[in-house]
Design a protein around this ligand. Structure first.
Ligand SMILES: NC(=O)c1ccc[n+]([C@@H]2O[C@H](COP(=O)([O-])OP(=O)(O)OC[C@H]3O[C@@H](n4cnc5c(N)ncnc54)[C@H](OP(=O)(O)O)[C@@H]3O)[C@@H](O)[C@H]2O)c1
Length: 350
């Protein structure tokens, strides 16, 4: 299979990858090294570091958009560490890429983004085996509600009603915003992304091809969807934000959830925890981009993709959804940073 993402374009349709780079990417596919790597062992750690030209980590790589990002990066000649929190699901995913796309440059490593030990173990593995990292795709996420799936199916929602956010009222009866599920959502979608990024930044600093970080965002992150006027205005002013301020906002959200006053306090009512995490992912992306001007750090909405996270209500294929993240993972040195993309188009949402 030859999944080739379109050459990246700006909103005006200008190619972000120069012809030379596009040529190189294509030719790399021709002589892609075929090899299978195994998870770390004591002897592997002692091996001389054999770093590939470009090495990527994808979180939540075992299914959905993440799986397809792994496949498309591997097709482009990137050595991909496909991470998964469940070993069997991860192994099946790597095997499916190798078998269906005839590739062998995909390596499995366990990673639960909510687990400090798991994140440290991944960082140690990359450090000892490769001594650097070039691309990090923070893709793993959960939806943050407990759903009555039968009730949801019965609503027979169309894509427009879902993506416009107008479904919020209809969904009140089928989605429960429980404290534990919302807390896990924050811990996965925002703190998980931050945890993995902080652990891997020292290795990204050693990138030989220019470090790229891609954070999965969502339509629900757009600041215009924040009913609380003060917060909505604050979201547009990146200068006031740092991680401590984000944490304060998330703590307030959890407090309001506990006290049953989400609507009264002006939080988004369409998937509240998920929406808030994606709003802060946008902020975190911009904070990081400001702090690391030498890297290209962006966030991207993959589109409304038919995957488990939306109970397969989406309309795009995972292959289509992966194009934006893959484009941003392969940005040239002079590519944009600190930006939000709707699939492959740069959009101002703050
Ligand atoms: N699909 C869409 O329409 C859509 C729209 C906007 C944004 N997005 C974003 O795109 C990204 C990918 O979504 P998707 O549609 O591919 O969803 P998905 O099919 O539900 O996949 C989510 C992935 O995240 C993993 N994950 C969840 N919790 C994890 C944890 N604690 N540690 C490690 N991995 C974990 C899952 O692993 P398990 O298999 O172990 O659960 C799975 O691999 C997400 O960030 C999502 O918010 C998707």
């Amino acid at each position: 299979m030859t999944h080739q993402p379109p050459a990246p374009t700006t909103p005006r349709g200008r190619h972000l990858l120069g012809p030379a780079l596009r040529l190189r990417l294509r030719s790399q596919r021709t002589f892609l090294a075929v090899r299978m790597e195994t998870p770390p062992s004591a002897s592997a750690a002692a091996d001389a570091k054999q770093a590939p030209h470009r090495l990527a980590v994808v979180t939540g790589g075992n299914r959905g958009v993440g799986l397809e990002v792994c496949r498309q990066l591997a097709v482009q000649g990137v050595t991909v560490i496909l991470t998964a929190r469940d070993e069997k699901r991860g192994k099946d995913a790597v095997e499916s890429i190798c078998r269906e796309s005839n590739l062998d440059n995909v390596i499995l490593h366990p990673l639960d983004v909510t687990d400090d030990g798991s994140v440290t173990s991944l960082a140690r593995y990359i450090e000892s085996r490769y001594g650097k990292l070039d691309i990090l795709v923070n893709n793993a996420a959960v939806i943050g509600v407990a759903a009555d799936e039968e009730g949801l199916k019965a609503l027979n929602l169309d894509a427009e009603t879902w993506t416009s956010g107008r479904a919020a009222n209809l969904l009140k009866d089928v989605f429960q915003n429980t404290y534990d599920v919302a807390s896990n959502c924050l811990n996965t979608n925002y703190y998980g992304c931050k945890r993995v990024t902080e652990a891997l930044l020292p290795l990204l600093n050693l990138s030989t091809s220019g470090a790229r970080i891609v954070n999965a965002s969502s339509l629900s992150s757009e600041s215009k969807r924040m009913p609380n006027e003060k917060l909505r205005n604050d979201l547009s002013n990146i200068d006031i934000w740092d991680e401590a301020r984000i944490e304060t906002v998330l703590n307030t959200f959890m407090e309001d959830l506990k006290n049953g006053r989400l609507e009264e306090a002006g939080w988004p009512m369409m998937l509240p925890a998920y929406s808030v995490t994606k709003m802060v992912i946008n902020l975190y992306t911009r904070i990081l981009a400001r702090r690391h001007p030498e890297m290209r750090i962006n966030c991207v909405r993959p589109g409304f993709v038919k995957t488990d996270i939306n109970w397969n209500l989406g309309i795009l294929t995972p292959e289509q959804g992966a194009r934006g993240p893959v484009m941003l993972a392969l940005l040239p040195e002079d590519g944009p940073t600190g930006c939000y993309f709707d699939q492959t188009d740069m959009v101002n949402v703050w």
